[in-house]
Design a protein around this ligand. Structure first.
Ligand SMILES: [Zn+2]
Length: 349
């Protein structure tokens, strides 16, 4: 559009006018075109430079006037270019607003925020609930000795119940294992605390088994232990009903079925009325009952192992599957999601 080399302006007797330059600048539709005009007028070889260079050749009386005109032209061109640049920028914004859905009233993008893992949420809620009922929260090692994980819990080396605990053994003589349940902390509590006592033990447990939608090698439990005088099954049922009210926010009918666990006698499976349906659903497999937790009166051998006299003290214990509880609450159909670390899954909580 404008060719600085063709400039007939410099040697032309009729000096280039600011009006001409302004017209050219106004016609520019891009900043590239504006740069071109800028070079043509105020560049090193531009119109203004040539005008100034011509001063020595001009008659002495005209020289001041030529200098003055050159300065006016330079300033005028620079101002016009600046104004046009602003105009082009404004026009660009206006086009974006109308044409491409730019909406200045939309909120800006927010920084990503984290949230608590659903397992952490449930664990904290239950800890609050148990603390309100006078329980202490205990913690224990995830790598346990054979003694605490099995032996002291009335599961001696030749006991068939060991087969149902698919165990991760640590390298060495098999003396150390990844705990298969949170129960070893019961023994540690009995050893270290004076009865009467009420404790819950939330934590990770490990099973060496192939994984599928309902099994994972790592999952979360919360174990409870109450030691007091004259403990009976009625105390156990009462505590479990209170617990369920805390979890599901209403009273649920419960039933006990006999269950065998070496560390309790008698042992039970506690079922609760399905809180999700009236007539049977997928969660309760249409039975109207959901299997919630194993529990029972603590076996005298276990109390003895913890240094507590079973003639003097009674105890009940229960194990809550925290992973299962989270799955029930959020209708999660695959336990592997919980520890899978997929951000798309975690973002939903
Ligand atoms: Zn149901």
């Amino acid at each position: 559009m404008s060719d600085p080399e063709s400039g007939d302006a410099g040697n032309d007797s009729s000096a280039p006018t600011l009006a001409e330059a302004e017209a050219k600048i106004l016609a520019c539709e891009s900043s590239e075109a504006l740069k071109e005009v800028e070079r043509e007028y105020v560049g090193k070889q531009g119109v203004v430079a040539r005008l100034l260079a011509s001063i020595p050749d001009a008659p002495p009386e005209e020289r001041p006037e030529v200098g003055k005109q050159a300065n006016i032209l330079k300033k005028g061109v620079q101002q016009a270019i600046q104004a046009r640049q602003q105009g082009l920028a404004d026009a660009r914004v206006a086009t974006e607003r109308e044409g491409q859905g730019f909406d200045p009233s939309l909120p800006p993008p927010r920084p990503q925020r984290g949230s608590l893992h659903p397992l952490t949420q449930v664990t904290r809620e239950l800890e609050d609930l148990f603390q309100s009922m006078g329980y202490r929260i205990l913690d224990g090692p995830e790598i346990e000795t054979d003694y605490y994980n099995f032996e002291a819990l009335n599961i001696p080396a030749d006991h068939p119940a060991r087969d149902s605990h698919d165990t991760f053994f640590c390298e060495g003589d098999g003396h150390l294992v990844l705990r298969t349940h949170t129960s070893p902390v019961q023994i540690r509590a009995l050893e270290n605390l004076e009865p009467p006592l009420r404790v819950v033990i939330p934590g990770k447990v490990f099973r060496h088994e192939s994984t599928d939608a309902s099994h994972d090698h790592t999952f979360h439990q919360m174990e409870g232990l109450v030691v007091d005088r004259d403990i009976s099954v009625a105390h156990l049922i009462g505590a479990m009903k209170t617990l369920l009210r805390g979890i599901f926010d209403r009273d649920l009918e419960v039933r006990l079925r006999p269950g065998y666990f070496p560390f309790v006698e008698p042992g039970f499976e506690l079922d609760a009325r399905c809180p999700f349906c009236e007539e049977g659903c997928r969660v309760c497999k249409r039975t109207r009952w959901i299997e919630l937790l194993p529990c029972g009166l603590v076996h005298p051998n276990v109390l003895r192992a913890g240094g507590v006299d079973p003639e003097e003290w009674g105890a009940f214990a229960f194990g809550l599957g925290l992973s299962r509880l989270v799955m029930l609450r959020h209708a999660i159909d695959d336990v592997r999601h919980l520890l899978g670390g997929d951000i798309r899954f975690l973002e939903q909580f």
